[in-house]
Design a protein. Structure first.
Length: 740
């Protein structure tokens, strides 16, 4: 099913409300039985290549997966050793039998290659002697996806075609003799990234784009074996299942091969459901699904956008300890309305003690004059190809600044009272691994996958100090808040903890292996006299107590992604791949048992932060949710929804009244803790200082010329001048999307 644009009309809100309720009750769209969907699978293996060595495992892999899928109710069509021409015939025949009730699965094992950023299946008769041969001896993966998406309701692609390919090497040598080779892009055996899809589609590579997959030493490839192991696990949603597959492949290949997935599924999908199914619920979900398809097909934007947010922003939010007043950007006026969870009438006064954000009520539409045209519909579209992913965020202790670290190595410093980007630091040559402020908010520490820790002067943006140890890649870092000018701690890619004494000419005072796998998080205990904790891919929590004693605890089953102390240091908390959050009393670490175990996330928990008063905890993870918890009782008290991909980082403001989150959906969002309302959504340009945002009163801020945002009126793209004029209509039926 294709993605459905979201607008603020009552009809769409009503339909989405019904749908989400049905999903919650029935366990997702993927939980529907044969009344709602038919399952069909095309499994292709190419192993007997005429002009290169035979591949050992594709036939075994294909048979293994086909057998598992057959047990799961799929009607299987299996083909062996196809030429490119045969690919076309088989795909055409398979797709002709699909309709919107179909779940179409395509599995391919064999040789593939990427050329000019596109993936191709290689026919068994291929020679790939030159570029012309490519057109006749391969078949485009994108063409397969487009064809299946155009017919099926849900499309699932498994691409186990990243093996070392001598035919691709031959073609590469041929192209190297052509003058234009430098302009056509790389030709490699490994896969190329797939652009975002607009449909209800899941695409899984056996190895990350640009990396090769192993054929395996046994009778099956590591990917096929892991997939077959988890495919039939009952009552496990496909995203969770694939993360288990990833973990097994990483383990089997000693971290060499990491499967990659691109998911745009609009609901949950299960390969196997057990237990008593409610037939009436299934029929109702099927009916709702049909309604959505019908509604989608009538939408002007159905092929242009994919939903990311139903909120907008342009409020100034003073997140510091002293000022909680939220005013309109640039107006200098205090708002006069207060949003309450139970009340919708205006409040007589909005004071500095109010913990919620005002939302401007939309003016009721005036009755239309017979024969007059309807008011224009204004759409703001965000371009994901221009937006970066923010992996790390940190709010300064004084609450004035928000530091953001992205995948391109840039660090942005945001002034929170205006939402303006005050500094863009070209800090690292690759992903920012971690960020930390000094207690006085004047210094920022950034850690990067390029091997460096860098201290920055926040005011000037100048580099102060640079630290590194040969052959180490930082994955986490923290300043010792009790001695910020002296101690800093880093965890690296292979399990080492490294500490420096800045007062002794940046001397390394500790460099020892503590974990098996990357150290994903480190933290110093506030006023802890050198006490610290660390966690990593091995699931262990390592603790150095104030008296110097060291202990090891099993924190989580699987990787532990974060370990942090509370503001007082009395508590610590960890999150992991077992979907749990654990709260520990630091004085009782030796007992080895957590004080509370918080359970409510549906998938991996990736990040958490405790409020300064230690009463609440916010968490985010792979289920796309931002959850609020009561620390004392361990109860889930809030569920903030808006992100459409993994939530990578979360943080409380120093006053505890706001939460900031970032996600792989490329947005940074600010939420009100009191009423669980999304206040601000922001996007940032990959290239540098450009940014844009929207607020709950449907006002835009930032740079309209950044390339991040396009404005449409009645579905037509506007030029800059007309866009500025059209923005006056914001609030009269605005929708915020991410364009494909």
């Amino acid at each position: 099913m294709k993605s459905l644009p979201y607008c603020f009309s009552g009809v769409l809100k009503f339909i989405f409300g019904i749908l989400l309720t049905a999903i919650a009750l029935a366990g997702g769209l993927g939980a529907t039985n044969a009344l709602a969907e038919k399952r069909v699978a095309l499994v292709i293996e190419n192993s007997s290549y005429v002009h290169s060595n035979k591949l050992n495992n594709p036939l075994n892999d294909a048979r293994l997966i086909a057998d598992k899928l057959s047990q799961l109710g799929f009607t299987i069509q299996m083909k062996d050793d196809l030429s490119a021409r045969q690919f076309a015939d088989v795909i055409s025949d398979f797709s002709s039998k699909l309709d919107r009730d179909s779940v179409a699965l395509f599995y391919y094992a064999g040789h593939g290659l990427q050329f000019r950023g596109e993936n191709f299946l290689v026919g068994v008769d291929a020679t790939l002697a030159n570029e012309s041969a490519l057109k006749f001896e391969t078949f485009s993966l994108n063409d397969i996806i487009d064809l299946l998406e155009g017919k099926a309701g849900t499309t699932i692609i498994f691409w186990d075609a990243c093996r070392n390919n001598p035919l691709a090497d031959e073609l590469s040598r041929s192209l190297s003799q052509v003058a234009e080779v430098r302009s056509v892009g790389p030709l490699r055996s490994a896969a190329a990234p797939i652009p975002p899809r607009a449909s209800d589609t899941l695409i899984v590579f056996s190895a990350a784009p640009g990396r090769q997959a192993l054929d395996g030493k046994g009778s099956n490839s590591p990917f096929a074996f892991a997939l077959s192991t988890h495919l039939a696990t009952p009552n496990v949603e496909v995203e969770t299942m694939l993360k288990r597959v990833t973990a097994d492949v990483l383990d089997a290949t000693k971290l060499f091969q990491r499967p990659e997935r691109l998911s745009h599924l609009i609901g949950e999908f299960y390969f196997k459901r057990e237990g008593n199914e409610n037939i009436a619920q299934d029929e109702e979900i099927a009916r709702l699904r049909a309604q959505l398809v019908k509604l989608e097909n009538s939408s002007d934007e159905k092929k242009q956008y994919q939903i990311t947010s139903a909120q907008d922003p342009a409020f100034k939010v003073a997140l510091n300890n002293g000022s909680d007043v939220i005013t309109r950007a640039g107006s200098g006026e205090e708002p006069t309305q207060q949003l309450d969870a139970a009340a919708t009438s205006p409040s007589p006064q909005f004071t500095a003690d109010t913990a919620v954000a005002p939302v401007q009520q939309e003016t009721p539409a005036k009755p239309s004059i017979p024969g007059s045209p309807p008011p224009p519909k204004i759409t703001v579209a965000v371009n994901p190809s221009a937006a970066t992913i923010i992996r790390k965020l940190r709010i300064s202790p004084d609450g004035r600044l928000l530091a953001l670290g992205d995948d391109e190595g840039l660090v942005r410093i945001i002034q929170l009272d205006t939402f303006s980007v005050t500094r863009v630091l070209h800090a690292h040559k690759s992903r920012v691994s971690d960020l930390d402020f000094s207690p006085d908010s004047r210094t920022l520490l950034s850690a990067g996958r390029d091997g460096f820790l860098i201290y920055w002067d926040v005011e000037s943006g100048q580099e102060i100090r640079r630290l590194s140890v040969p052959n180490t890649i930082p994955y986490s870092a923290r300043i010792n808040s009790a001695f910020p000018d002296r101690w800093v701690l880093m965890g690296d890619k292979v399990g080492h903890l490294i500490a420096w004494d800045l007062k002794k000419n940046d001397k390394v005072i500790m460099n020892a292996k503590f974990h098996n796998g990357p150290v994903l998080s480190v933290d110093y205990q506030p006023k802890g006299e050198g006490a610290f904790i660390s966690v990593g891919g091995d699931g262990e929590l390592k603790v150095r107590l104030p008296e110097g004693q060291r202990i090891t605890l099993k924190a989580h089953d699987g990787a532990t992604f974060q370990a942090s102390y509370s503001s007082s240091g009395r508590l610590a908390y960890t999150v992991g791949s077992d979907r749990k959050i654990k709260i520990w009393e630091t004085a009782k670490f030796k007992e080895g048992q957590p004080r509370n175990v918080l359970e409510g996330h549906l998938r991996y928990v990736l990040a958490a932060n405790m409020s300064p008063d230690e009463k609440r905890l916010v968490s985010g993870g792979a289920d796309k949710s931002v959850n609020l918890w009561d620390v004392e009782s361990g109860q889930l008290i809030g569920h903030l929804q808006g992100h459409t991909a993994d939530v990578e980082a979360v943080a409380f403001s120093p006053n505890g009244k706001f939460v900031v989150s970032s996600s792989e959906d490329q947005s940074v969002r600010i939420w009100s803790v009191e009423n669980r309302q999304e206040l601000v959504t922001m996007y940032f340009d990959k290239a540098g200082a450009g940014y844009t945002g929207v607020t709950t009163d449907k006002s835009q801020f930032g740079e309209k010329g950044s390339g991040l945002v396009s404005v449409y009126r009645d579905g037509q793209l506007l030029n800059a001048e007309d866009a500025d004029h059209a923005m006056k209509y914001l609030g009269k039926e605005i929708a915020i999307f991410a364009a494909n």
